[in-house]
Design a protein. Structure first.
Length: 133
C-alpha cells in the first residue's frame, strides 16, 4: 500500500482570501537542521522563508493558503519539535496618491537595436567554368 501525501493547500475559497505570516519555533542545532526545515517549508504557495530569533530557532513563513497545522505537523515528523508561536494576516501596503506625485518620471525606453546582419557572399573564382560538361 502506498502512503498518501498530504497537501498543505486549503480550499480555493480560502486561498484567495488572505496572505498570512506564520512564526513557528523549531529546534535546530546545526546548519543541516536549518536547511532541512527550510526545505520542508518550501511548498507551492510560500512567498518567503526566513530563520529569525535570537537563537535562530524561529521559522518565519509568509504564504498564501497553506495550512499552518499541517506544516507544523510535517516539521514535527522530521525535526521532532515544532510549535506555532503566531499566525497573522499580512496586509498589503497601499501606495498613497501623495507619494505618487513626488516620484520622478522615468525616461521612455526605446527598443534595443541589434547590430548589422552579416551575409555570406559566394564568389566563384572561375566564372567561365561550365559544370555541365
Amino acid at each position: 500500500m502506498q502512503k498518501r501525501r498530504r497537501l498543505f493547500l486549503l480550499p480555493r475559497i480560502l486561498l484567495n482570501m488572505m496572505k498570512q505570516k506564520m512564526v513557528i519555533k523549531v529546534q535546530v542545532n546545526c546548519e543541516e537542521c536549518r536547511i532541512k526545515a527550510l526545505r520542508l517549508a518550501a511548498k507551492p504557495g510560500v512567498t518567503s522563508l526566513a530563520i529569525e530569533g535570537s537563537d535562530k530557532d524561529e521559522l518565519v513563513v509568509i504564504d498564501e493558503g497553506i495550512d499552518s497545522v499541517n506544516l507544523t505537523r510535517s516539521l514535527r515528523k522530521k525535526l521532532r519539535h515544532a510549535k506555532i508561536l503566531k499566525v497573522e494576516e499580512v496586509k498589503v501596503e497601499e501606495v498613497k496618491e501623495e507619494d505618487q506625485g513626488n516620484q520622478t518620471d522615468l525616461l521612455p525606453q526605446h527598443p534595443i537595436c541589434l547590430g548589422p546582419r552579416f551575409c555570406e557572399v559566394f564568389y566563384d573564382e572561375n566564372p567561365n567554368y561550365c559544370s555541365i560538361l
